[in-house]
Ligand binder design. Structure first.
Ligand code: FES
Length: 70
């Protein structure tokens, strides 16, 4: 993987975990379920489409723990 292909994981302020780049989604047995690019994972626990963020963090007023809020 080259420098230009590095995956970035960004903690959105009081929101999701944004994945920028292509990653393999792997189940508990180590099987690749799918490869996915540029998506957001739920961090608030309120998404109806877990593990994906569906925007529910806005309605529930999610506040990320202090210190990892950037
Ligand atoms: S972080 Fe967006 S729905 Fe949970």
């Amino acid at each position: 993987m080259s420098e230009n292909e590095r995956v970035q994981i960004r903690l959105k302020e009081n929101g999701s975990i944004r994945i920028k780049g292509t990653v393999d989604i792997v189940d508990a047995d180590g099987n690749v379920i799918e490869s996915k690019s540029d998506f957001s994972l739920c961090r608030c626990g309120q998404s109806k489409e877990k593990p994906w963020c569906d925007g529910a963090h806005k309605a529930c007023g999610f506040e990320a723990p202090e210190g990892i809020n950037s």
